[in-house]
Design a protein around this ligand. Structure first.
Ligand SMILES: Nc1ncnc2c1ncn2[C@@H]1O[C@H](COP(=O)(O)OP(=O)(O)OP(=O)(O)O)[C@@H](O)[C@H]1O
Length: 473
């Protein structure tokens, strides 16, 4: 049979009609059956030979096909009882060259229950599909843009400008800087600002994946590559990032054996799955980040120099927070907004005294540290204003100075605070302890420094020097 330019054998068309979910019947304007498919006949306990040529009312009960073939008006989703079952029927007038020549009827499923069951099943599957689509989308796309990077200080805005400029290129980028300075945020924003923005942004943390799994995570594996390998194999992060960007976080923690494999991929621009035979060409931009001093690691032989040069085409060194203190109030306000949204709170403000404290703290955990302090404050807050009592002990010096009895406040460094906010160096810890001891002695001595020096067992000059060093009045 020839339909337009398509030439399909009649038996193919019959098979196609039998395969579709709906049953079909065709009548002319007199209501005579011209065609009815085999499955419909089976359901009606008849045969095509017996049904074709008969009036529709003789073959199908409660039919309205002959009416539609006369009125030319479609009837959709009508419930029609046939052979004791409720069917969902659609009746369409059939026009040829603008003239009404008959009607086509379709019925679906034997009863509405069956239809409902089918639709419920489909609904659940569609919902599940949408859930995974959203999950996949959010896992594979960049979440931040350059406007999310807060900071107007000279140090920060010059790095941000440079990042904006290089985003449009294709060169590898190495983001360095202390933990919590925003390296990951920069990686997201660079991808978002690049021509690859419409393609995936795939992140992998090289430090958090055990060495023996890292290769298959990065490059994928083929079926049967190892015990427990999934049927059909699995794509690695490089393949998943095709056309987009791969973000290699904590690249400095990558084992040397993997560094050689990564270097090969960057040079050849192709990956080989674990247990695979063929090479797969990949088109991926690489952004790497580390809080380690890679140059020093290269000198020590802990990081391959050739890989270092491959990754370090563009180096962006994100400054620590203590080198851009003027940004702290803006960052704190922006983080507060984010946290208000997270905790369903509104109109929380930071008192000027707290803001001063935030501005003068060293922030070894950088912006993540500020985030932790504010999150903790919101959790203990009963009103709308974050004040000194809502801060962790290591930030509220004033309270410690007036505290009764001396104890080295180790809990001030770790209790209630995340470890990354605490001094980690022994010298910093000792300096803190010294400061607390002096403040406590002055408090006990009622402000008399001579007495305080006696309590401390040091000379008055030494006490004055230490007060100056620690900025104690
Ligand atoms: N410039 C900024 N403006 C606002 N928020 C920021 C900024 N930089 C970082 N942050 C926030 O600080 C937190 C830490 O940032 P991020 O994870 O990017 O740091 P990182 O340098 O990658 O840390 P790590 O080395 O530990 O992985 C995040 O919650 C991020 O949203």
């Amino acid at each position: 049979m020839k339909i337009g330019d398509v030439n399909l054998p009649t038996e193919w068309l019959e098979e196609i009609v039998n395969l579709v979910a709906e049953r079909i019947v065709v009548v002319n304007t007199k209501g005579i059956i011209l065609y009815i498919d085999k499955a419909y006949c089976d359901f009606l306990s008849t045969t095509m030979e017996r049904a074709i040529g008969k009036h529709i009312t003789e073959v199908i009960e409660h039919t309205r096909m002959h009416i539609v073939a006369n009125t030319g008006k479609a009837e959709l989703a009508a419930i029609q009882p046939i052979m004791g079952s409720e069917m969902i029927a659609n009746r369409y007038p059939l026009y040829a060259k603008g003239k009404l020549v008959g009607a086509v009827g379709t019925v679906m499923y034997q009863n509405p229950e069956e239809w409902r069951e089918y639709s419920n099943k489909m609904q659940a599957l569609v919902q599940e599909l949408n859930f995974y689509k959203i999950k996949y989308h959010s896992a594979m796309t960049s979440k931040y843009v350059f406007d999310d990077l807060i900071g107007d200080s000279l140090e920060f805005s010059s790095i941000k400008k440079l990042a904006e400029r290089i985003a449009s290129g294709d060169s590898a980028v190495l983001l360095s800087g202390e933990s919590g300075t925003g390296k990951e945020l920069f990686a997201h924003a660079i991808h978002h600002g690049s021509p690859r923005a419409g393609s995936p942004f795939v992140r992998i943390n090289c430090a958090s994946i055990p060495e023996h799994l890292l290769e298959s995570e990065l490059f994928g594996y083929d079926e049967g590559a190892f015990t427990g390998a999934k049927k059909g194999g699995r794509k690695g992060k490089f393949e998943l990032a095709e056309g987009g960007t791969i973000f290699l976080d904590e690249v400095g923690d990558m084992p040397l054996s993997m560094q050689s494999k990564l270097l090969r991929v960057l040079q050849e621009k192709e990956v080989e799955r674990v247990g695979g035979q063929k090479t797969i060409v990949v088109n991926v931009r690489v952004i790497a980040a580390t809080h380690r001093d890679l140059e020093a690691m290269v000198k020590e032989g802990a990081f391959r120099h050739d890989l270092y040069y491959r990754l370090n085409v563009i180096n962006l060194e994100i400054p620590p927070l203590r080198k851009r203190r003027e940004d702290i109030p803006f960052i704190a306000e922006a983080l507060l907004k984010k946290l208000e949204y997270k905790f369903h709170r509104k109109d929380i403000e930071i008192s000027p005294t707290v803001m001063e404290k935030l501005k003068h703290h060293k922030w070894p955990g950088n912006i993540r540290g500020v985030e932790n302090v504010l999150e903790r404050a919101i959790n203990v807050l009963d009103g709308q204003r974050i004040d000194i009592p809502h801060l962790p002990l290591y930030l509220r010096d004033d309270e410690l100075y007036s505290g009764a009895g001396f104890e080295i406040p180790i809990h001030a460094f770790i209790g209630g605070a995340k470890t990354e906010d605490c001094p980690v160096k022994l010298s910093d810890m000792l300096a803190m302890a010294e400061k607390y001891a002096i403040a406590n002695a002055i408090q006990r001595a009622g402000g008399n420094k001579q007495k305080a020096a006696v309590i401390l067992g040091i000379s008055k000059t030494s006490l004055y020097d230490k007060c100056k060093k620690h900025e104690i009045n």
